[in-house]
Each structure stands twice: as structure tokens, then as C-alpha cells.
Design a protein around this ligand. Structure first.
Ligand code: TYD
Length: 342
């Protein structure tokens, strides 16, 4: 298949490209990426010389570039990773989230239909279900998003459903858990904390750190998406989860131990998400496992591998943390003292 991977210069998208190049020698990949703050050519450098890999810069909301790539690169299917993804940023200003996560998805759905593509796979998140105090979400659970970010993702998911029902567009939605691993922009819990701890800077734990997240390694997430793309049925939703539920503090303590850092680097701060902070995420991935997918390693093994990757790949993340945009966000969100008096 010739795949159009939108958002392929970002975290999960680039790792999905690695998965495809390694496991499907007959496939080719055309990446379309806007190279916003979270996407970078340094994230796809290792694939640039592969003749099966092409890069195009542009936005998914631009139907002209989407149409041109589909025609010129003879695309069979779209896999959409392009999205604004950081909850904390969505609390400051959600405008870009609506553009990418809703309008962008609409443009890709229209293109899938117009060009009669075999498939579109839309990558979403378990956060569209909202928080669950006990039990687990299934694909049938109602969508109850609590942040501007998760509400924008839910809106994209509903566009997919509507295009399947209205036009028979062959679209599949996956909803993944909290994802970690190589090439994650250092603003999410694990990547942000690895980068700070390596510089012996304090790490800001929101409140008591008692929230529970269901974690999945990015290569397991990538293989789950790929299974849904190739084995799933149009119009269906598949949860991609690994049942690794951990409290935030448990994750932070593993990071500290792995990096050999003192507990004194933990700084509990008043929760900046307040009412929007989901207490627990948990979902069943039985439906995807029914297609033959299963995750590869344990959470502790994969988390240790991830910490080693950040230690070994400072060349990748250090330039990001030195950018003005990055430092401005960190200072404005956490206060100017972050790093000095945190
Ligand atoms: P995050 O990695 O931003 O993912 P999500 O919001 O999609 O769950 O956050 C994971 C958890 O870690 C969440 O409960 C918020 C918490 N957190 C902190 O305590 N400190 C931080 O600096 C960040 C970024 C997150």
C-alpha cells in the first residue's frame, strides 16, 4: 500500500512510519506534516534516505496539498496522526486544536471519499471517554470529554462516524492510551520529566500525583494502529490499550530511580488543570486483541528502555528545550521560577 501518514514528523506518527518501513517492505510512505512546534525534521532524519519514504510540508486543513499528494504519490490509504495534543496548552488557547483536530479531520475525510481511497485510519485518544472511577471504557462507552483538547478529538471522531454513516467512507478510528517512548516532545509527563531530571531540575507533580493513567509504549501503539488499519472493519472504533494503570507518582518514582536521582527533585504544585484534571483512564482493548494484536514488553521494561533513550539521545531533545517557544511556554504555564526555585 502507498500510505499518506499525516503528522508523520511527530511522536506517534514518526514511530508508526518506522513500524511500517520495518514490517511492510512492499509499502511506501508519504508524510504530510506542518512542522508546528511539536514536529521536526530531526524526528524523521533516520528515515530520510529510505527510497520508500517521502516528506511533504503542509497542513491537513489545506485540501489542495492533500489532493496533490494523493494524486501524485498514488495514495491508497490515509493514517492521520496530525493533531494538537497537549491538554495544558489547550487550557491556554484551544483555537489551533479546533483547526487541526476537527477541520483537518474533515478535509481528510472528504479527500478519502473524493479519491475513493481504500481506507482512512484516524488516530484518537481514550481521553474522549472522559474519566472513569472504576471499571473500564469500551468502544461503546459514551464520549464525555473534559478538556478543550479531548473535546476537539471527540469532535473529530464524530466526524469520522458521520462520514461512515452518511457516505460509507471507509474510516476506522483508534483510541490510544497515554503513550510514551522515543521522540516525544518534552512537554508530557514522561518526556518532560526525563529532560528536567537529567539537568537535576525539579519536576512539577500536579497536586498529590494520585491520578491514574493507562500507559502504552509508542511501538505497541504503532503496531495496534497498523493492525486496525489492515485487519479492522470500516466504521469501527478500536481501543489501543495495554492495561498498565499507574498513579503519576509511581511513574515519577521509577523515572527518579532509573536516572539515579533524589526524591528531593519532586515538587508538588497546585494542580493547574483543576476541574479539568481527569482522575483515571482505563479501557478495554479486547476488540483489537481479537484481531491478533498484543503489546510486546512489560511497562517497567519499556519505561526503562525509554529513559535510556532520552539519556542516549540528548542531541535530539536538548535543542528543543533551548528554543524560545519552548521556554516561553514552560515559563508562562508553570511560572517564571521553573528550574530555579521549583
Ligand atoms: P500528560 O503527559 O500531559 O498526558 P495527559 O494529560 O494526556 O494524561 O499528563 C499525564 C499526567 O501527568 C496527568 O495526570 C497530568 C500529570 N502531569 C504532572 O503532574 N506534571 C506535569 O508537568 C505534566 C506535563 C503532567
Amino acid at each position: 500500500m502507498n500510505l499518506l501518514v499525516t503528522g508523520g514528523a511527530g511522536f506517534i506518527g514518526s514511530n508508526y512510519c518506522r513500524h511500517v518501513l520495518q514490517h511492510h517492505p512492499e509499502d511506501s510512505i508519504s508524510v504530510l506534516d506542518a512542522l508546528t512546534y511539536a514536529g521536526s525534521l530531526s524526528t524523521i532524519r533516520d528515515m530520510e534516505t529510505d527510497p520508500r519514504f517521502r516528506f511533504h510540508q503542509g497542513r491537513i486543513e489545506d485540501p489542495k496539498i492533500v489532493d496533490r499528494i494523493i494524486q501524485e504519490d498514488k495514495i491508497d490509504a490515509i493514517v492521520n496522526f496530525a493533531a494538537e495534543t497537549h491538554n495544558d496548552r489547550s487550557l491556554i488557547d484551544a483555537g489551533d486544536f479546533l483547526t487541526s483536530n476537527v477541520i483537518g479531520v474533515h478535509v481528510l475525510l472528504v479527500a478519502t471519499r473524493r479519491h475513493k481511497l481504500q481506507r482512512m485510519l484516524h488516530v484518537s485518544t481514550d481521553e474522549v471517554y472522559g474519566s472513569i472511577s472504576s471499571g473500564e471504557f469500551t468502544e461503546e462507552s459514551p464520549l464525555m470529554p473534559n478538556t478543550p483538547y479531548s473535546a476537539s478529538k471527540a469532535a473529530g471522531d464524530l466526524q469520522c462516524r458521520a462520514h461512515f454513516v452518511s457516505f460509507g467512507t471507509p474510516v476506522i478510528v483508534t483510541r490510544g492510551g497515554n503513550t510514551y517512548g522515543p521522540y516525544q516532545y518534552p512537554e508530557k509527563l514522561i518526556s518532560f520529566f526525563c529532560a528536567r531530571l537529567m539537568d537535576n531540575k525539579k519536576v512539577p507533580v500536579y497536586g498529590e500525583g494520585s491520578q491514574v493513567r493507562e500507559w502504552i509504549h509508542v511501538m505497541d501503539h504503532a503496531s495496534g494502529i497498523d493492525t486496525a488499519l489492515r485487519m479492522g472493519s470500516p466504521g469501527q472504533v478500536y481501543n489501543v490499550g495495554d492495561s498498565n494503570e499507574r498513579r503519576n507518582m509511581e511513574v515519577v518514582e521509577i523515572l527518579l530511580d532509573e536516572l539515579g536521582k533524589s526524591r528531593e527533585l519532586i515538587k508538588h504544585i497546585p494542580d493547574p488543570r483543576e476541574g479539568a484534571h481527569d482522575t483515571r483512564y482505563s479501557m478495554s482493548a479486547d476488540k483489537l486483541q481479537g484481531l491478533g494484536w498484543k503489546p510486546s514488553k512489560t511497562f517497567e521494561e519499556s519505561l526503562r528502555d525509554t529513559v535510556r533513550w532520552y539519556v542516549d539521545n540528548e542531541r535530539w531533545w536538548r535543542p528543543i528545550t533551548q528554543r524560545l517557544e519552548y521556554q516561553t511556554f514552560v515559563k508562562s504555564f508553570y511560572g517564571p521560577g521553573l528550574g530555579e526555585d521549583l
